[in-house]
Ligand binder design. Structure first.
Ligand code: G3H
Ligand code: 13P
Ligand code: ZN
Length: 330
């Protein structure tokens, strides 16, 4: 088994200067596609489930599918991560299920919509850190606020991270990885005008904090996928993402974790639409979920290469949560 604390995956990436994608999952085909891409490219990987995903699939079903990914891929370091946890309770549930990492997103209140203040964020984050570290589990938190709103997650108002506040927040909470807001947003419609990211803010944060940095809302929304979705009956005018060169620059400047959900959704949707359009007689779910899984594998493998993750699966001996517990308790 190579279930590892996310902290190890990210610190190894930080040492060597590459990025690791954290890919959102809701179902079996997505998990299989991501793991096949990790095998193909020999990449460490983070599979993450949002609260929405865990609700949709049912906590136990999705948790066990993620565990199956670990069992089936013993030579790949895998972190099972809770994306956008909203409370100590949501973190506890994920840890009980065997997750090796949790995010507590205290930039928003428990409803996942209302912007919170610094004090709220510190208090809820600290409570999760205290709990999770007892189990050797990694904690990611967020300072600043992403723009956009996706399926009820997000306030709709952006707030670029203040580097000094980020520095203080790390000291106040003891968190393992920090998500910052530099102009990305969740979903398929990220930019109305110029695709500008606050790289100066990222550079400043990198100077002030020593823990891994996380970029949410990092899908590229590739034009060819949008074109395919639209060609086969979809309607996604004006969809825009973060160009891969921007992500590569962010990695160079010190980002380690890159969150990707939307692009995976697009790859599967484009493929399923194509199958339905070109072969309307098909009705076996395997006839469209199978090709969708293959398309997703290709997309993720290309990201693993572009982020520099490829080839690093065997670089280090996987740590267990027990090993990490000892480090936290020193
Ligand atoms: O944070 C946003 C992720 O894309 C998860 O989205 O809440 O619709 O599963 P979701
Ligand atoms: P995208 O919507 O850009 O894929 O971002 C996903 C994300 O940040 C999940 O937490
Ligand atoms: Zn996110």
């Amino acid at each position: 088994m190579a279930l590892v604390p996310m902290k190890q995956i990210l610190e190894e990436a930080k040492k060597k200067g590459y990025g690791v994608g954290a890919y959102n999952v809701n179902n079996m085909e997505q998990i299989q596609a991501i793991m096949a891409a990790a095998q193909e490219t020999q990449s460490p990987v983070i599979i993450q489930a949002s609260r929405g995903a865990l609700k949709y699939s049912n906590f136990t079903y999705l948790g066990y599918l993620m565990k199956a990914a670990v069992i089936e891929n013993p030579t790949i370091p895998v972190a099972m991560h809770l994306d956008h946890g909203n409370s100590l309770d949501s973190a506890k549930k994920a840890i009980d299920l065997g997750f090796s990492s949790v995010m507590i997103d205290g930039s928003l209140k428990e409803d996942g919509k209302t912007p919170s203040d610094y004090e709220y964020n510190v208090n809820v984050t600290r409570s999760v850190v205290e709990y999770a570290h007892k189990y050797g589990v990694t904690v990611e938190a967020e300072i600043g606020r992403l723009g956009g709103i996706e399926d009820g997650v997000g306030s709709g108002s952006a707030h670029i991270t203040d580097p000094k506040e980020a520095e203080q927040f790390v000291k106040d909470t003891g968190v393992d990885a920090l998500a910052i807001a530099i102009g990305t947003s969740h979903g398929a419609y990220k930019f109305k005008g110029a695709k500008v990211l606050a790289f100066d803010v990222l550079q400043e944060v990198r100077k002030l904090i020593d823990i891994p940095i996380v970029l949410h809302g990092a899908s590229s929304v590739p034009k060819e996928l949008i074109d395919a979705v639209n060609k086969y009956g979809g309607k996604m005018p004006g969809a825009e993402g973060v160009p891969m060169e921007h992500l590569q620059k962010a990695i160079q400047l010190g980002v380690q974790k890159i969150n990707v959900d939307t692009d995976g959704r697009l790859a599967m949707t484009a493929t399923i639409r194509k199958v339905f359009t070109e072969t309307p007689e098909k009705f076996d779910p395997r006839d469209y979920l199978g090709p969708a899984r293959t398309a997703l594998q290709g997309l993720i493998a290309s990201k693993m290469k572009a982020f520099g993750t490829a080839g690093h699966a065997g670089d280090y001996a996987p740590m267990s949560l027990e090993d990490m517990k000892k480090i936290y308790n020193k």
